[in-house]
Design a protein around this ligand. Structure first.
Ligand SMILES: [Zn+2]
Length: 260
């Protein structure tokens, strides 16, 4: 899956519906974790693989993304990088990033893309060499995060930034396994979308087998995720918003999801 052939990626479930992610580059020996919902599953992967955790990247301050951080850092001594905007909210960070900052190097070079809306501090992490991104609680498969701290216009601007910055082949990891319920809602917004119908069948089959529906790709989400498709004539017709701005169409979809 990653374009740097030796880099290994492990995604695993945490808590009730969170994901853990660990990326290992055998060339440099660097191993990177993204978010720590719970330390135990991370430590289990490190134990099983023998990888030594060197870095932890944080997407945002919510407890279900940082709850295991203190324990994982204490056990591994990893260097923690997270949002400058949460400098005072998250204990144990060593370095702070703002939009456009790059950290790490080689195949693990990663850019911080500020994607506020769900929270004000939210960072999406893009690894251009690996052609992967972790979009935290901003972009989910067939959905997007609830808007808690920002406003709907800010959230749309963040999703539009991801559309602009992430090439279609980018493999997308995110914070939660919400895809099945997102699919049911998406079909109410875009019922005649055959790509969405296909993806929904795939998601139902994966979940029936207890398998994750992530990662996804930008290409797949651009075809199926209604939150990335406010310019779709079919969606606009369903919503009766043919003349509205993309931001207003997005806002209507997000409000309907909040009330679904
Ligand atoms: Zn969150």
């Amino acid at each position: 899956m990653p374009s740097a052939p030796n880099v290994q990626i492990r995604q695993f479930p945490c808590l009730s519906d969170n994901f853990g992610l660990i990326i290992h580059d055998p060339e440099s020996g660097k191993t990177v974790a993204i978010d720590v919902p719970d330390a135990a599953p991370y430590l289990a992967v490190l134990e099983e693989t023998g990888w030594k955790l060197t870095d932890i990247l944080i997407t945002h301050h919510h407890w279900d993304h940082v709850q295991g951080l203190a324990e994982l850092k204490t056990v591994t001594g990893a260097h923690v990088t997270g949002p400058e905007k949460s400098r005072l909210k998250i204990d144990g960070m060593d370095a702070f990033v703002e939009d456009g900052d790059h950290v790490l190097s080689g195949p693990l070079r990663v850019e911080a893309i500020a994607t506020p809306g769900h929270t004000l501090d939210q960072i999406s992490w893009h690894f251009p060499e690996l052609k992967i991104a972790h979009t935290g609680d901003t972009l989910f498969s067939l959905g997007c995060g609830r808007v808690f701290e920002g406003d709907l216009e800010m959230m749309w601007a963040s999703l539009a930034r991801l559309i602009a910055k992430l090439p279609e082949e980018t493999v997308i990891f995110c914070g939660h396994e919400y895809t099945a319920s997102n699919a049911r809602f998406a079909l109410t917004i875009d019922p005649d979308n055959e790509d969405l119908q296909d993806r929904t069948r795939e998601v139902e089959a994966l979940r029936a087998e207890g398998k994750p529906t992530l990662p996804t790709t930008m290409a797949e989400e651009l075809l199926t995720n209604p939150f990335l498709r406010p310019s779709s004539p079919a969606i606009r017709k369903t919503l009766g918003l043919e003349e509205a701005s993309d931001a207003d169409v997005f806002a209507e979809i997000r409000k309907r999801k909040d009330n679904a």
